[in-house]
Unconditional design. Structure first.
Lengths: 249, 280
């Protein structure tokens, strides 16, 4: 469903050239959830943004649903892939109601039936009609992230890109959002690509994952292998240790 | 060293008083005490109340709030200023906001030394360089002259710790000191903090939302919910916590070794707002 071949994103040239992502290749089958884990600057979000079409300078091949993407994307392609961002405080327009936020993509894509679609999307993410005419500041962090997910779902995409969807949320709210994503994937057969710095969150949702560092994939592994502490690259081992908390030397 | 008894912090709002912290009691010796809770639980407000850093509108009441023999209740702002840095210090989450952007890192550290120990410019500079070395900055001379925007998050936080410890305070309150940092850097910073606090015989309060981190780092843990302490237990016993809130939080954490199709969701019980505290 998602196919990346030698994706490279670089900024600057010559001595000041920085490769934000270098030679990244991944394949995600339909209905699968794939995780990219890494720290800040590892290039994991860059990969996601390139797939979403937010980085026109990306080189290499990106194919979604068998179709190689060019610099210009058709509306149908844009509808196919939707993204949920990390910060539900920053990604929702503060002066729009939930209703307006959700109706806008419907209008842009000329899907019609906005009223019914908005109501359905809200139900889907566990929000009710009482939330529909509120502004983002009248919602909790978890509710806002549900709105952001509803906004992505309303276009009935087949691919969902998730950029640290729970890292701004409390533990109890994180569990609710992760459960919601699990259910949506199961019910809609969605293909998901999730980025996070939290190994446990990635492994919870994704069976397959890749560890990134300095713009490159350093290890490909599975949640099952991590569960038994199997790693190849020393950096993955370090991430795994960090996940266990503090150890007094 | 620090005694807090029946601490209550309220903020005036349009709809009456909002109680941010209610009836919080604990004491701190030469140990590492963790305060965990979700956003809005009152953990940071508790730390700020002790430091005297709450906005003037906040009302702080306590049956007892003392550092050694000093009563902190109703302390004049001027006296608090002398206390902060000298006897109690605080490390905040993001060094980019906590450091002054227009003064070099080293000068800020030296300034703290001069202010509290009334040292000469030269002595303060030497002390600052020594302190930078103590927080394991490899090239203190060079880092001394860097501005906060020129250092990485991890290095900024080390500089912050250096600044907070230079006047040798009795207690240090660290409010999410590593949450803005990458996971692998987090542990380095905590190791530095741990070594310094232990070798200097200080008391440390670590405020964090990260249960695993607090349980593995601290000696004792307080769990806060809606302004109250609902659990008070030795850190190594946190996994056998009694309060349903603590148990719910622990269960809601995704685990690498124990994968579940669905995470148990926390059901908040209104009784948690009034119940007796477990473990006290």
């Amino acid at each position: 469903m998602i196919q990346l071949e030698s994706l490279t994103v670089s900024y600057g040239s010559g001595a000041v050239r920085i490769d934000a992502a270098r030679d990244v290749s991944i394949r995600v089958a339909e209905g699968e959830a794939f995780g990219l884990v890494g720290e800040s600057g590892s290039g994991k979000s860059t990969v996601l943004r390139a797939i979403a079409g937010l980085i026109p300078e990306a080189s290499g091949r990106i194919a979604l649903a068998g179709e190689t993407l060019g610099p210009k994307r058709t509306r149908a392609l844009r509808k196919l892939v939707q993204m949920v961002f990390q910060d539900p405080y920053g990604s929702l327009h503060p002066e729009q109601t939930v209703d307006q936020i959700l109706a806008e993509p419907v209008a842009i894509h000329r899907l019609g039936n906005a009223d019914r679609r908005v109501a359905q999307a809200l139900t889907e993410v566990g929000l009710g009609t009482e939330h529909r005419f509120r502004f983002p500041h009248q919602l909790s962090g978890g509710q806002r992230q549900r709105v952001a997910i509803a906004r992505a779902l309303i276009l009935e995409p087949r691919i969902l890109l998730l950029d640290e969807p729970t890292s701004a949320l409390d533990v109890s709210v994180q569990a609710e959002i992760l459960n919601l994503l699990t259910r949506l994937r199961r019910d809609h057969g969605l293909t998901m690509l999730m980025v996070s710095h939290d190994l446990a969150v990635i492994a919870h949702l994704c069976d397959q994952l890749a560890v990134m560092r300095g713009g490159e994939i350093v290890e490909r592994t599975t949640a099952d292998r991590l569960a038994v502490g199997e790693t190849e690259h020393p950096y993955t081992a370090e991430l795994l240790r960090s996940n266990e908390g503090f150890k007094r030397g | 060293m620090l005694t807090v008894r029946d601490l209550r912090v309220t903020f005036p709002t349009d709809r009456g008083e909002f109680v941010a912290v209610r009836d919080v009691s604990f004491s701190l010796g030469r140990e590492r005490l963790g305060i965990v809770g979700e956003s809005g639980s009152g953990k940071s407000t508790t730390g700020r109340a002790i430091m005297g850093l709450l906005p003037p509108a906040a009302r702080v009441q306590a049956a007892e709030l003392s550092l050694g023999k000093t009563d902190l209740r109703g302390l004049a702002p001027r006296d608090y200023r002398h206390l902060r840095g000298k006897r109690m210090a605080m490390v905040l989450q993001d060094p980019r906001y906590a450091l002054n952007p227009s003064i070099s890192v080293g000068r800020q550290i030296a300034e703290t030394h001069r202010m509290h120990l009334h040292s000469t410019r030269k002595a303060a500079r030497l002390a600052a360089l020594e302190m930078l070395e103590a927080v394991q900055i490899r090239d203190p001379q060079r880092v001394y002259d860097l501005y906060p925007h020129e250092v990485s998050g991890g290095m900024g936080q080390r500089a912050m710790i250096a600044m907070m410890l230079i006047a040798d305070p009795e207690i240090l309150i660290a409010d999410e000191p590593t949450s803005a940092l990458d996971v692998t850097v987090q542990l380095q910073i905590l190791t530095i903090l741990d070594d310094l606090v232990r070798s200097r015989g200080m008391g440390l309060i670590l405020i964090s939302h990260n249960l695993h981190l607090v349980a593995s780092f601290c000696d004792r843990v307080l769990v806060m919910y809606a302004g109250r302490v609902v659990e008070n237990c030795p850190a190594r016993e946190l996994s056998e916590a009694r309060h349903p809130y603590t148990r719910g939080l622990l269960a809601a954490l995704p685990s690498l070794t124990h994968r579940r199709a669905e995470l148990p969701q926390l059901r908040r019980d209104p009784a948690w707002l009034t119940d007796e505290v477990a473990g006290t």
